[in-house]
Design a protein around this ligand. Structure first.
Ligand SMILES: *Cc1c(COP(=O)(O)O)cnc(C)c1O
Length: 384
């Protein structure tokens, strides 16, 4: 099974992305305590939000996680060999036309999102020696994926549509779980409960990370946690209870002093007011440091905030380091992009986006180190 990332040059990359699997496991345990006795599933789509699905899955398996969600069938194939006998991988995007046999061969569980999906899976199941496991997603108000109300009614009226299928999960997804005050949270839960009442013995799953931290009478049988596992704030405007999982440190490539009035970078869009000291680092938008971050975000040198000066280039960024004492400024000096002074949510806010996008765009040119303590199930190693 091939890791999606290129091997890279290790330390020669000049930028180190640390992925703390101990923190990930601690976050898993925290969510589990939060929603107990509900089980916690790991959402590991998009290469585990960019952090490396294989390393993340191995850590989660070690932590006791037995339910995994990916978006696409190919993502299930990448991790299936890591799964213990009693683990399940669900494919959120469901069955693409013609994919049914492959899905069965891989051993993934499709999330059936329509009566058409259901019919295709049921046909294959009736033809097989055993019923085929499936999750069924119903649309409780987000209007993205899942059976719409009319199809749900049709299915309830015609239960033989499930022939050949072993329904192992009923699920739906919340549109506004990151906003605990949003009325849609209770509304969607009520709709979901009304639907699942027609399927009395099938386990249920509604909440994602945000949902896990809503105060609810219950969190059903399985919570599907993504961003909170990776250290992102599950809800906006609330303190973040999660431990940070990623840190990103690079180094100064070059330093220069620019005179008052000088421009810096493409378009000369940064103008020096007074004499300024500029440091260039080797991370750019090709590494996922979004171009929107130019002029309105910061990095940290020796714990001192240094604003981005001018535009983000493909492979480099210029920083205004005038306020940093000279002893911290030299080629090779460390620069923090993500770490104790700046979280993924901070960077997301500066870019006008969400932590999910910051994580999933983190580039493939970094050295990636996975940290796991010897007592945890995973040893420290690189998944390259
Ligand atoms: C991505 C996704 C999740 C995980 O959401 P987080 O907000 O990252 O916890 C859960 N369920 C579905 C259907 C998803 O698409």
């Amino acid at each position: 099974m091939k890791e999606l990332s290129a091997p890279g040059l290790g330390p020669a990359a000049g930028t180190l992305l640390r992925i703390d699997l101990d923190a990930l496991v601690a976050n898993y345990a925290l969510i589990a305590r939060q929603v107990a006795p509900t089980e916690v599933a790991g959402v590991v789509k998009a290469n585990a939000y960019g952090l490396g699905a294989r390393g993340v899955c191995e850590a989660l398996v070690g932590a006791g996680c037995r339910h995994f969600f990916v978006a696409q069938l190919a993502e299930a194939a990448e991790i299936i060999d890591l799964m213990p006998e009693n683990a399940r991988i669900y494919v959120l995007n469901g069955l693409l036309p013609g994919q049914e046999r492959l899905c069965m061969q891989i051993g993934a569980i499709p999330v059936l999102n329509s009566l058409d999906h259901l019919a295709a899976w049921s046909a294959l199941g009736e033809y097989s020696t055993r019923r085929l496991p499936a999750a069924l997603q119903v649309d409780s108000g987000m209007a993205r994926l899942g059976l719409p109300a009319a199809e749900i009614a049709q299915l309830i009226a015609e239960p033989q549509r499930c022939n050949g299928i072993d329904l192992v999960l009923l699920m739906s997804h919340l549109a506004c779980a990151d906003d605990p005050d949003h009325e849609a949270n209770a509304l969607q839960a009520a709709r979901f409960d009304a639907i699942v009442a027609h399927f009395p013995d099938v386990p249920r799953s509604l909440d994602n990370s945000g949902g896990a931290f809503l105060s609810r009478p219950n969190h059903h049988d399985i919570v599907r946690a993504g961003i909170a596992l990776y250290g992102g704030a599950p809800q906006f405007g609330r303190p973040n209870p999660m431990r940070p999982v990623v840190s990103l440190e690079t180094m100064i490539l070059q330093l220069r002093d620019v005179p008052s009035g000088a421009g810096v970078g493409y378009g000369l869009s940064f103008k020096a007011f007074g004499k300024r000291r500029i440091a260039t680092i080797g991370v750019g938008y090709a590494d996922g440091w979004l171009r929107q971050l130019g002029q309105r975000s910061s990095a940290f040198v020796a714990g001192i905030r240094v604003p981005l000066a001018g535009r983000v280039s493909m492979d480099s960024i210029t920083l205004d380091v005038t306020d940093v004492p000279a002893e911290h400024l030299y080629p090779g000096a460390p620069v923090e992009l993500l770490g104790p002074h700046q979280t993924i949510d901070d960077v997301a806010a500066s870019a006008g986006t969400i932590s999910y996008e910051i994580l999933t765009r983190l580039g493939q040119r970094f050295q990636r180190d996975y940290i796991a303590s010897p007592i945890s199930a995973v040893q420290s190693r690189r998944y390259a």
